[in-house]
Design a protein around this ligand. Structure first.
Ligand code: ADP
Length: 496
């Protein structure tokens, strides 16, 4: 099959969170299985150009209709760790992708509506006719809408798989988006069964458009698919998902083992396997040296992730102090986009700066994240909601025991050592708590800490059981191919 992914991120060149990892990892898996995959991405000024090989202009004169006129774009092409990617650069005074950031601008909906339109124009004008277009999150929700409404006669037979990584951000817009993209017809799109938002009748909802128009809709874990339909986690789209339930499923994300494996990781000083964990102890020492933590007989707990209300930051904050009060060390690597949360953690960082058992690293640091996964004993994921979550899966692969809250993809991947009645003791791999409060967090951290301290052999056994789990792209890759195969156009057999 010929598959084109249209997305706003692709790790490691453009990565704000798990979306980038998924777009890259899934593409590689599909190629390994013999499919042809190409990616279309925005050409941001702030992406990691050092991760692109052979960047050159591939299509100089892409003219994209926009409002009454056209915007001239160049399309560049290069390989991101072996994966062929096209980068669209518009030349207009809006400077859509020269903002020094990926997201967070006042005109984000316009920026990504333009990107979606430009990606379709590129496919059309360069005569690319994939079997399946796979697009992601609200940023590309208009792709299936425009493909069906505006391009179906020129393009023909493409089918769309649309994956939702986070229901919280849906992309709201007014009618200007219709005039800009050439969809026009306000009365038609402001309908409850099309793009009209389920709560605000004066707004269009781009994610809803993706759900309504795509041929298949997925989210990133089976449990989150259930939550999105039946709980407030769907952020108002539960009814829409219910109406389109026949094409909606949850497929667990995978992790890319070329990048995330303690056996080959190029960012860690000591490689190790589940049968020889010597290297893990050496990485712990290397991590302590790097972060100026004291090298003593204490467990080390880590948090890696965005500092955002979604991630349960109040519990992260509480966990830092609970760890130091209970003879453990804590390392945090995270960045906050919200000013209040950022100020709070900056304050904590200054306050704890000289503490020998705590290090807070505020910012995005891919290299350091690998060393933390390899050096820590436990990884904390206390999210309020978590569509899939990659950090617990990476933690498991690196023998770092996850302590997680029982939501979304965490339910599908972490099984409590002491209480999970659905799994045999020898297949359990971490610690799980239910309520989002301090008591639940503390008692679960205490269980993990006392196993580490009082029963080191059992703790090692738990580490090994976690490392045995296969959360690679192997299974999800197969699931996505089944979906693509189901939706792609198949000419009817002709009787001879
Ligand atoms: P989300 O997509 O909600 O941000 P995920 O758990 O799905 O969360 O994915 C997070 C990914 O981003 C992981 O690969 C994690 O290692 C990485 N990550 C998050 N924050 C940072 C950071 N500050 N520095 C380096 N990597 C980070």
């Amino acid at each position: 099959m010929y598959i084109v992914q249209i997305a706003s991120e692709c790790a490691p060149v453009i990565k704000a969170g798990g979306l980038g990892d998924v777009v890259y990892g899934l593409s590689r898996e599909l190629e390994t299985r013999g499919h042809c995959v190409e990616l279309i991405l925005p050409k941001y000024d702030c992406m990691r150009y050092d991760h692109i090989w052979g960047l050159h202009d591939a299509y100089r004169d892409l003219w994209v209709p926009w409002y009454g006129g056209t915007i001239h774009c160049s399309v560049y092409c290069g390989w991101v760790h072996g994966q062929l990617c096209f980068f669209i650069e518009p030349h207009s005074r809006d400077d859509f992708f020269n903002r020094g950031c990926y997201y967070g601008c006042h005109d984000d909906t316009m920026r990504f509506a333009f990107f979606s339109k430009a990606a379709l124009e590129f496919l059309q004008q360069s005569n690319k006719r994939p079997d399946v277009i796979h697009c992601h999150d609200w940023q590309t929700g208009l792709v299936p809408v425009m493909l069906f409404e505006n391009y179906k006669y020129e393009m023909g037979l493409q089918r769309v798989c649309y994956t939702i990584h986070n229901f919280k951000h849906q992309g709201f817009a007014g009618n200007e988006i219709l005039w800009a993209t050439g969809l026009n017809n306000e009365d038609y799109y402001f309908q409850p069964d099309r793009l009209q938002d389920n709560f605000n009748p004066f707004a269009l909802n781009l994610m809803k458009g993706g759900i309504v128009y795509a041929n298949a809709v997925t989210t990133v874990s089976p449990h989150h698919a259930w939550e999105a339909r039946h709980t407030e986690v769907g952020s108002g789209l539960g009814h829409t998902l219910h109406m389109h339930q026949d094409k909606f499923t949850g497929i667990l994300n995978g992790i890319d083992l070329d990048f995330w494996s303690p056996e080959v990781d190029r960012y860690i000083p000591h490689h190790y396997t589940k049968d020889n964990l010597e290297g893990k102890a050496q990485n712990k020492k290397a991590l302590r040296d790097r972060l100026l933590l004291q090298d003593v007989d204490k467990p080390l707990i880590a948090y890696i992730g965005r500092l955002d209300a979604q991630k349960g930051v109040h519990l992260v904050h509480h966990a830092i102090y609970h760890a130091i009060d209970n003879g453990a060390q804590f390392v945090l690597l995270g960045s906050a986009t919200e000013a209040g949360i950022n100020a709070h953690f900056q304050h904590e960082k200054r306050f704890l700066n000289d503490h020998p058992d705590v290090h807070l690293e505020l910012g995005f640091n891919e290299e350091l994240s690998h060393l933390i996964y390899a050096g820590a004993d436990m990884i904390l994921v206390p999210s309020n909601y978590e569509p899939c979550g990659l950090t617990q899966m990476i933690g498991l692969k690196y023998g770092t025991v996850p302590i997680v809250r029982s939501v979304g993809g965490l339910v599908n991947t972490v099984f409590d050592r002491d209480h999970d009645s659905n799994h045999l003791p020898e297949t359990r791999n971490g610690y799980v708590f239910y309520d989002s409060d301090y008591q639940a967090l503390e008692s679960t951290m205490n269980r993990a800490l006392s196993l580490w301290r009082d029963y080191p052999k059992e703790f090692q056994q738990l580490v090994k059981q976690g490392m045995e789990y296969d959360y690679s792209w192997n299974h999800p890759g197969k699931d996505y191919i089944e979906i693509y195969d189901r939706i792609r156009y198949k000419p009817a057999a002709v009787a001879l």
